[in-house]
Design a protein around this ligand. Sequence first.
Ligand SMILES: [Zn+2]
Length: 199
Amino acid sequence: MSVLDDVLRANEKYAAGFGAKGELALPPASGFAILTCMDARLDPAKYAGLSEGDAHVIRNAGGRASDDAIRSLVISYKLLGTSEWFVIHHTNCGMEFFTNQVMGDLLAQSLETAELGPDGFHDVGAGPGSPVGKEIDWLTIAHREQAVVDDVDRIRNHPLVPGRIPIYGFVYDVATGKLLEVPAATEAGKALVAAGQSG
Ligand SMILES: [Zn+2]
């Protein structure tokens, strides 16, 4: 049984019980957005209690405030009315285990999957690789809490993000399922003007 078959079978079951979800409105009912990591151990619907139609969830490697993540957040408020945002990184994130230099070198050697050992990622696959990986900023994480602060800060100070939107910073603990606030991030992301005012 292939992954493709598994997914299609699961979808058939899901669609069979779809019920009234076909009438959900386009704007998220709970009025908020989450930017979080793509890590398979994180399920924002479960850790934040979401159902279909509730919230925007933007995911990438690390949950970083990349240009593309900010593109989605701007659409999220400007066209779909979200008014509170969360940046949620997590413990044991793979983005802490390499640097731009390491990733560039790994890709330059081989396009096969690298292995993670106690001393970090190393290549076991055959070449050739490509040097193009050296030109990309992989947005790796050197310090967990600081990365949340940096991302909240970057969103807060973006010219297309209105000051009325509060941005909360959290780390999700993969060992307990708990959301741990990063107070310095939430402080950096606090609303600059009261809701309802312009700015
Ligand atoms: Zn991660």
